[in-house]
Design a protein around this ligand. Structure first.
Ligand code: HEM
Length: 153
């Protein structure tokens, strides 16, 4: 059996809007994340969604339209939501699923890697801990071997 449907790659702001709308539909319906947005932060979605279109349009297509406070927006959620690693992992799982259901190609791969990097950056900045990517305990054998060679340069 072969899968014949090919999904398009992300190619424009219209695609970003489609992805962001679908992702936040999923977030709002999610038992863990939904209450953080609608109960704790009481997000005004009419204002919030365009900010997220600008954010991803800037990440993916260098639109340079995002003006916001990425770290502050998440740091203020710590008292009520904890903002632990497992919450970021869950957010990433929903994001990956939404991308994979709608798009495929280099940009789709890139936006997922950007989200993973950003999740690590936000997590480490708001908790003032080292970026988890650089936790030696989490390195794969391949990364360990590659990084070891840098010391000799
Ligand atoms: C634990 C996972 C996360 C939770 C619970 C979460 C929740 C929230 C909430 C409640 C807001 C504030 C909305 C408002 O008051 O208008 C927000 C803002 C935002 N989030 Fe997240 N978020 C998470 C992870 C991420 C990640 C990984 C990214 C990026 C890859 C991201 C991107 C943004 C952006 C761009 C804003 C707007 C910031 C601003 O207002 O300037 N979030 N998030």
């Amino acid at each position: 059996m072969t899968e014949t449907t090919t999904l398009p790659d992300l190619a424009s702001r219209a695609d970003i809007i489609r992805l962001v709308d679908r992702f936040y539909d999923r977030v709002r319906a999610d038992a863990t994340l939904g209450p953080i947005f609608d109960g704790i932060a009481k997000v005004n979605w009419e204002k919030h969604l365009p900010k997220l279109y600008d954010f991803w349009d800037t990440v993916l297509f260098r639109a340079n339209t995002f003006r916001g406070d990425l770290i502050g927006a998440h740091a203020q959620l710590i008292p009520a939501a904890g903002m632990g690693q497992e919450l970021f992992d869950h957010w990433l799982t929903l994001f990956r699923t939404t991308v994979a259901e709608n798009f495929s190609g280099p940009k789709a791969g890139h936006i997922v890697r950007c989200a993973e990097d950003m999740a690590n950056v936000i997590y480490s900045k708001i908790h003032q801990v080292p970026d988890p990517r650089f936790d030696p305990a989490k390195l794969t054998p391949e990364q360990r071997a590659r990084y070891a060679t840098y010391r000799n340069k």
